[in-house]
Design a protein around this ligand. Structure first.
Ligand code: ASP
Ligand code: MG
Length: 411
């Protein structure tokens, strides 16, 4: 008999019917002899709706009160899930994040998990109950409710799996991790497994399957994470830390992101401390900057370009314009119609030629690359937003991702 922590995302619990459906799945799993702890997200778009509602009341709602409000989304679905379980004869109990032992710091709306104290969950499991935990929320040292950032129910599930020494299964509206978004590339293939590093790169570069923080946590505690659909019985994708035999020397997947804006500060004096002067105010304003490039300088002047989420552009520009003026930069240019396409695979670090192949594929498709950035296992190109889908398709073809991997052919 195993202990399993499952997570059901917002789409999977969006309606009463779907909650009942998930309850039958949980019942089946419990009947097989496993103990089930399930973390639930808020129903459908509840979190977005609550945020919108708050903004109808106040321009800048107080972060602590936002957390009181947002945590109700998950509280609601946890209680409804337990009612659905009771209705089909399953002994179950709902626990808020606080009751389940999730302790966080007090950075409201983006709190870090400090510890999981899972005694109550354990006791309920030992009583033979299914435990439904409200995701995305915890309790601070001052006994206030804090939420842990968007997509936080994934992170909640992985954290509880680590604390309980349990298996972890994330049920969502897609049936696994694909070589690319199947809505963009119809021949995209589902991967049987993928390493934490690869998944982290894909997730942080736009693949929406799982919250990057949850993958990171899984990697730190070495918790294998199964991602599968709550709507089907398809096998899903296992994210794990093993050596990636299947994908050896291959690109595993392509991620894309349409939410990219670009800021260029032109003719910045090239002296020590300038980059710090530009980026410190952005960090202070909690604006997260993605790809940064600084050109080689000519006559002691250089250009600095960086990207960030579109929604952050207006605020970032306010800060950057002030600094640009102070340091005597020539001008600040912004473009919010950018996108990003990345190839990811552990093979990239050991074999040369991936970058050249990527650039060739994009140039053959007539796509202009604006910025290039790399990690050991990823190459990212910033391209015009309207060419992103073409870029993903061109790269999927160029790296032959529609073809089965060697291990799949041998079974
Ligand atoms: N309900 C929260 C959100 O939408 C947490 C989650 O779904 O994981 O971000
Ligand atoms: Mg959600």
């Amino acid at each position: 008999m195993a202990l399993v922590v499952q997570k059901y995302g917002g789409t999977s619990v969006a309606t009463a019917e779907r909650i009942k459906h998930v309850a039958t799945r949980i019942k089946r799993r419990a009947a097989s002899g496993d103990s089930v702890v399930a973390v639930v997200s808020a129903m459908g778009d509840t979190t977005d709706e609550l945020i919108a509602l708050a903004h109808q009341i106040a321009d800048r709602p107080h972060a602590r009160e936002m957390d009181v409000l947002l945590s109700t989304g998950e509280t609601q679905s946890s209680a409804l899930m337990v009612m659905a379980l009771h209705a089909i004869g399953v002994d179950a109990i709902s626990l808020s994040g606080a009751q389940a032992g999730m302790r966080t710091d007090s950075v409201h709306r983006n709190a870090r998990i400090l510890a999981i104290e899972p005694q109550r969950v354990r006791e309920e499991v030992e009583r033979g109950r299914v435990v439904i935990v409200a995701g995305f929320q915890g309790l601070t040292e001052t006994m206030d409710v804090a939420t842990i950032g968007r997509g936080g129910s994934d992170t909640t599930a992985v954290a509880f799996a680590a604390a309980l020494g349990a298996q972890c299964e994330i049920f969502t509206d897609v049936d696994g991790v694909y070589t690319a978004d199947p809505r963009v590339v119809p021949e995209a293939r589902k991967l049987k497994d993928i390493t934490y590093e690869e998944m982290l790169e894909l997730a942080s570069k736009g693949a929406k399957v799982m919250a990057p923080r949850a993958v990171e946590l899984g990697s730190v505690y070495n918790i294998p994470i199964l991602v599968a659909s709550s709507f089907s019985e398809e096998p899903g994708t296992l994210i794990h830390g093993g050596v990636d035999m299947e994908g050896f020397n291959r690109v595993r997947g392509i991620a894309h992101d349409l939410d990219v804006a670009k800021i260029t500060v032109r003719h910045v004096p090239d002296r020590p401390g300038i980059a710090a002067e530009i980026f410190a105010p952005l960090a202070d304003a909690r604006l997260s900057v993605d790809t940064i490039v600084q050109n080689a300088s000519e006559e002691q002047l250089t250009d600095i370009t960086f990207t960030l989420a579109k929604g952050d552009l207006p605020r970032a520009l306010t800060h950057v314009r002030v600094v640009a003026e102070q340091i005597g930069a020539a001008e600040v240019i912004a473009d919010e119609r950018m996108g990003k396409v990345s190839i990811v695979g552990t093979g990239i670090q050991s074999a040369p030629g991936y970058a050249a192949r990527m650039f060739k594929a994009l140039s053959d498709a007539g796509i202009n690359i604006e910025i290039i950035s790399t990690s050991e296992i990823r190459i990212t190109c910033i391209v015009p937003e309207e060419r992103v889908a073409d870029a993903v398709r061109a790269l999927h073809r160029a790296f032959e991702l529609e073809k089965a991997e060697p291990a799949e052919l041998t079974g």
